[in-house]
Design a protein around this ligand. Structure first.
Ligand code: GLN
Length: 304
């Protein structure tokens, strides 16, 4: 049996010493307050054995990691109808780029770049009775944890400086790919991104992507086909213009957020979450990427 704890301890020891920790995101002012010295990692295997190190129980802003959870909820509500409004191709561009959106007549390349996530948010706003409350309930339910919540300060902070997201939403609206009004969709989106979770809670919420759609309580959230599709989108699009590098170095489907979190899954084996707030030039956690590379190399386990 793989000694995950030993490997994770070694990864933590290495990352704790690291001087080059990347740069904490500051374009959302509230995120700039987080210390780059934080580092947490948590892994849960298929049999629900848990392994952790560092600040694995410190909550942080999940940001774009939430896009996978909103995609999962939208998929479970409207299934493939979603694909009429958003494509599933990697963009090769940063998460907030707009040029392709105009070039491709308002159909975002994939649901994990901002424009695509805004279309998914629009679908949820249309489909849910009380969108923010129902989405939060879905995340709490997945993780089986009622304490998970929005961070209103982070949501407000992003609203004040989210000019590019306003631009993306307005472009989508101009192409007829946003049903609800721009303010309502952005309010939902900024809130979903503001959700605060720790590494342990994230591995619980992402358990179904590793376990054929079933959460730790064995409740089914997604079909096998939906899990396959979402994991494929994570692998090809989860790290924007660094998706190729992530597949090359780590070899797992995963998703990052500018709060410095990364979640990745090895189907039928484990789900891992890592958090280190300093980002690399592509906006992905610098030490998080390095830690996961060490994990898949040391365990000789990846989807490849
Ligand atoms: N809320 C952030 C934004 O829209 C999410 C970006 C990210 O985590 N990559 O800019």
């Amino acid at each position: 049996m793989t000694d995950y704890q030993n490997i994770i301890d070694a990864i933590y020891a290495g990352c704790r010493e690291s001087r080059d920790r990347g740069v904490v995101a500051s374009y959302i002012p509230e995120l700039a307050k987080v210390s780059s010295s934080k580092f947490g990692i948590h892994l849960v295997d298929l049999n629900k054995n848990n392994f952790c190190a560092g600040h694995s129980k410190d909550a942080f802003s999940i940001q774009s990691i939430s896009k996978v959870l909103s995609l999962a909820l939208a998929f479970s509500l409207v299934d493939n109808a979603l694909l009429k409004r958003v494509d599933v191709e990697p963009s090769g561009d940063p998460f907030n780029h707009l040029s392709l959106l105009e070039f491709e007549n308002g159909i975002p390349r994939n649901p994990l770049i901002n424009a695509g996530a805004l279309v998914v948010a629009d679908i949820l706003v249309s489909e849910l009775d009380d969108p923010k409350k129902d989405f939060l309930h879905f995340v709490r339910d997945l993780a089986n944890d009622r304490t998970i919540d929005f961070d209103e300060k982070v949501a407000k902070s992003e609203k004040r400086t989210g000019f590019k997201n306003y631009a993306a939403a307005n472009l989508l609206k101009s192409y007829g790919n946003l049903t609800n009004d721009v303010e309502t969709v952005l309010d939902f989106y900024f809130h979903q991104c503001s959700i605060a979770m720790d590494c342990v809670q994230l591995t619980k919420a992402f358990f179904p992507f590793m376990n054929g759609g079933k959460c730790q309580r064995n409740r089914t959230y997604l079909t096998l086909s939906q899990v396959k599709r979402i994991n494929a989108i994570m692998l090809t699009c989860g790290f924007y213009d660094e998706a190729g590098e992530f597949a090359f170095e780590i070899g797992l489907p995963g998703k990052s957020g500018v709060g410095g979190g990364i979640v990745a899954v090895l189907p039928r084996k484990y789900c891992v979450a890592v958090w280190s707030p300093g980002l690399n030039a592509k906006g992905n956690s610098k030490l998080g990427m390095e830690a996961l590379e060490k994990l898949t190399t040391a365990t000789h386990q990846s989807i490849f």
